[in-house]
Design a protein around this ligand. Structure first.
Ligand SMILES: Nc1nc2c(c(=O)[nH]1)N[C@H]1C(S)=C(S)[C@@H](COP(=O)(O)OP(=O)(O)OC[C@H]3O[C@@H](n4cnc5c(=O)[nH]c(N)nc54)[C@H](O)[C@@H]3O)O[C@H]1N2
Ligand SMILES: Nc1nc2c(c(=O)[nH]1)N[C@H]1C(S)=C(S)[C@@H](COP(=O)(O)OP(=O)(O)OC[C@H]3O[C@@H](n4cnc5c(=O)[nH]c(N)nc54)[C@H](O)[C@@H]3O)O[C@H]1N2
Ligand code: SF4
Ligand SMILES: [Mo]
Length: 700
């Protein structure tokens, strides 16, 4: 019986899957791949049920309509590609390339990402490619780049089983990175001396496993972290040798943290002084400290500063570059990392290069055989700027791939109005309908996981080959092939790739000598030896796991030193006030994946999470006259939603929680992002999806 080894296409843990033919209602049997170095044979409910979502409601053929009030008509691929080419030609002739935009996703494979960068940033000469990673990882990218001189999470999952102290902040790993969390949880259980602190305004499934849960007020992370640093300094826990030889700017940092005595920090954050002291004590007493973070840090109007503030703590205590230690940003999507490697944000280029760096542009112009000066030196439009540009009528073509922005972008009413003004929106997705298909002129059917061959890189830099083992339904095509076909029709050379392996081969050569050196990896090698972790320069024996970055404590900055970059907190972009007295936070549930295009069609998962809900503290519920199970109207300055109350002490007073997973197709008035706002971090442009001010009222 044929078995296929592949990767789970959901979260950034990147579990290996083994898929074998099944029978009856389940034509594919999915189990954990024991040989995968990241997951060691384990899977969660999402990975285990992935095959059940492959058949229903697929987008099968290209469809077109000239305006949004018309019905879609089926058209041929020939006609679809001709339409795109005609639009692009006319935009180039009338206005130049900056009125073209592509909005992609960390769910594209590396090959899709790469061909799209070469097409848009290279041959068309505009950097207007952004992805939903803007909503997800861009603060981590910015913080790593500022503190270390380059992007690149330095840690790996082996560190979870080598640490003395895990500090999880703004991440609900038990639900969102469950298999990585289970690796730590088992180790934690076996080693009573190992400590876990979880920082989260909610008592999540992760927090309940902690030795200490710091239920901070939303948005007070910088104050907390500077306060812990203050105490560590007081306890004599600084690593002077590391500071002297491997860092700079420590004095400025010292001056900042001096302002954070525990009394003030405890009051601002809403935690006990004793708990701050305990956390600092564990940090100081531990040989190896590993911190892990995700959206509670990144999705903030000061997301980059939050992540840097966490990195500062590691620099101050020399907790980096050794097993079991380091600041580890957990990526959300299965190929968020591949997106970063290929330059899949508006300010970067393949191989962790920057659009503003003339040498980087020249290197790619040479590799892509483009005239000097072809790549624009100006960062392109980020996701938020794309919406604002649509409002101003400055975009003529918006091409969306593998994301569902009519659920996932903040301030949805504004997004809907902006998309209504878009002259030509292409949506390339695997499913139809999604909330976004209602706003598209041209639908392009994409082959998805199991139907196309490509690679993805997980949170710990492990690259896994995802082979095609089923035929795509209808006329669906791999994303990279669609872009390459348009490139060829526009007469661009270098888009006649024989297959995905050839795309990957071209891409990895561009990473040689960079921090993310993948030049020793190929599809053939991945097929032969299984997953490979980068860095993997050509000529080096590939490693499957366990390699940390920066073990020599040399950082890719001009002077080789890491940088302390300290700041005070600016607080929430929209703090609560007497009219909107609660902070609403939005996050994920264990079984669902984002906007439910797949998990909403899997009975086991919809049974697990049948509907959205509002978490509210008993004290707030009582004050507002709300009982468990009551319907509650939640209003922000931008929109409203209706949810059934779940009265629970798992949420801090003053804070409310709703899940992000229900868009307009799955419920009425259940869109979390109807409430959120688009204010974003000045460094990363990542919006503050985790906090907005709301009022509540019992309904009916
Ligand atoms: N089951 C499931 N797993 C997933 C996904 C999914 O859709 N479903 N999506 C994947 C993706 S793309 C991503 S990005 C990751 C996200 O993974 P996580 O970031 O772990 O998930 P979230 O639930 O978005 O947010 C994490 C926590 O941040 C907390 N938080 C809110 N505000 C603050 C704050 O101000 N400070 C702190 N310290 N914490 C705060 C919330 O209470 C929440 O528990 O999950 C990935 N894994
Ligand atoms: N308020 C609030 N909003 C949030 C968040 C939050 O925590 N709070 N989290 C944010 C984060 S971190 C993220 S990552 C986003 C996620 O938000 P989205 O990216 O909008 O969510 P998905 O449902 O994952 O959308 C992926 C789409 O790609 C399609 N697809 C799957 N495979 C393929 C493929 O191979 N090719 C193509 N072309 N299409 C494919 C799916 O059918 C689906 O429509 O949401 C963001 N929005
Ligand atoms: S933990 Fe993430 S990668 Fe692993 S099976 Fe679950 S969803 Fe898939
Ligand atoms: Mo994400």
């Amino acid at each position: 019986m044929t078995q296929h080894r592949t990767l789970c296409p959901y979260c950034g843990v990147g579990c290996g899957l083994t898929v074998a033919p099944g029978s009856g209602a389940n034509p594919w049997r999915v189990t954990g791949d024991r040989a995968h170095p990241s997951s060691l044979g384990n899977v969660c409910v999402k990975g285990a049920t992935i095959a059940e979502s492959l058949a229903c409601d697929r987008l099968l053929y290209p469809q077109y309509r000239a305006s949004l009030d018309q019905a879609f008509q089926r058209i041929s691929w020939e006609r679809a590609l001709d339409l795109i080419v005609a639009q692009i030609r006319s935009i180039l002739a009338d206005h130049g390339p900056d009125r073209l935009c592509i909005y992609g996703s960390g769910q594209l494979q590396t090959e899709d990402y790469y061909v799209t960068q070469k097409f848009l940033k290279g041959h068309l000469g505009t950097n207007n490619f952004d992805s939903n990673s803007r909503l997800c990882m861009s603060s981590a990218v910015a913080a790593y780049s500022q503190s270390f001189g380059s992007d690149g999470p330095p840690c790996c999952y082996d560190d979870l089983e080598a640490t003395d102290f895990a500090f999880i902040i703004g991440a609900n790993m038990a639900d969102c990175h469950p298999i990585a969390f289970n690796r730590f949880a088992k180790y934690h259980k076996r080693h009573p001396g190992v400590k876990l602190v979880v920082v989260d305004p909610r008592a999540t499934a992760t927090a309940t496993k902690a030795d200490l849960h710091l239920a901070i007020n939303p948005g007070t992370d910088i104050t907390l972290l500077n306060g812990i640093a203050h105490l560590i300094a007081q306890m004599g826990g600084i690593d002077q040798d590391f500071i002297n030889h491997h860092s700079c700017n420590f004095e400025a940092y010292q001056a900042v943290i001096a302002d954070y005595p525990p009394e003030r920090v405890a009051a601002v954050c809403g935690v006990a002084i004793a708990h701050l002291e305990q956390t600092a004590q564990w940090w100081v007493n531990s040989q190896r400290v590993l911190s892990l973070w995700s959206m509670g840090i990144n999705q903030s109007s000061e997301g980059t500063a939050k992540a840097r503030t966490l990195i500062n703590l590691h620099l101050m205590t020399g907790q980096i570059g050794k097993p079991g230690a380091g600041p580890f940003s957990l990526t959300g999507q299965p190929n968020a990392m591949g997106g970063r490697e290929t330059g899949g944000l508006a300010h970067i280029l393949p191989g962790y290069r920057s659009v503003t760096n003339p040498h980087h542009r020249a290197e790619l112009e040479t590799a892509w055989q483009l005239p000097p000066g072809q790549i624009s030196p100006t960062p392109g439009k980020d996701a938020g700027e794309m919406i604002r540009s649509l409002e101003r009528g400055e975009i003529d073509l918006l091409w969306i791939m593998a994301t569902n922005p009519l659920v996932s972008l903040p301030d949805l009413h504004r997004v809907k109005a902006a998309l209504h003004k878009s002259p030509f929106t292409i949506l390339q997705d695997a499913y139809h309908p999604t909330e976004t298909t209602a706003y598209a002129h041209l639908l392009l059917p994409a082959a998805q996981w199991s139907e196309k061959t490509g690679t993805m890189t997980n949170s710990e830099r492990v690259v896994t080959l995802c082979p095609a083992f089923r035929e795509p339904p209808g006329e669906a095509r791999p994303d990279w092939q669609i872009v390459a076909a348009v490139g060829q029709r526009l007469g661009f050379p270098g888009f006649d790739f024989a297959d995905a392996a050839a795309v990957y081969g071209e891409f990895v050569q561009l990473t040689a000598g960079r921090v993310c050196d993948l030049s020793g990896i190929s599809h053939d090698r991945l097929r032969a030896m299984g997953p490979i972790q980068w860095p993997c320069p050509g000529g080096m024996e590939p490693q499957t796991h366990g390699q940390q970055l920066y073990q020599d404590l040399q950082f890719p900055t001009p002077d080789g030193r890491a940088r302390f970059i300290a700041v005070h907190s600016g607080g929430l972009a929209e703090p609560p006030d007497p009219h909107y007295p609660f902070v609403l936070t939005v996050g994920r549930l264990y079984g669902h994946w984002h906007t439910q295009t797949r998990t909403g069609r899997i009975p086991k998962i919809t049974k697990m999470h049948p509907q959205p809900f509002l978490e509210i503290h008993p004290r707030d519920a009582e004050k507002s006259g709300i009982a468990a199970g009551d319907w509650v109207v939640v209003r922000s300055r931008r929109g409203m939603g209706r949810f059934q109350a779940e009265v629970t002490k798992a949420i801090a007073p003053g804070t409310l929680f709703i899940p992000m997973h229900w868009g307009a197709l799955w419920g009425e008035d259940t869109e979390a992002n109807a409430l959120t706002h688009g204010a974003s971090c000045p460094d990363s442009k990542q919006p503050e999806l985790k906090a907005c001010a709301v009022q509540i009222e019992r309904w009916g």
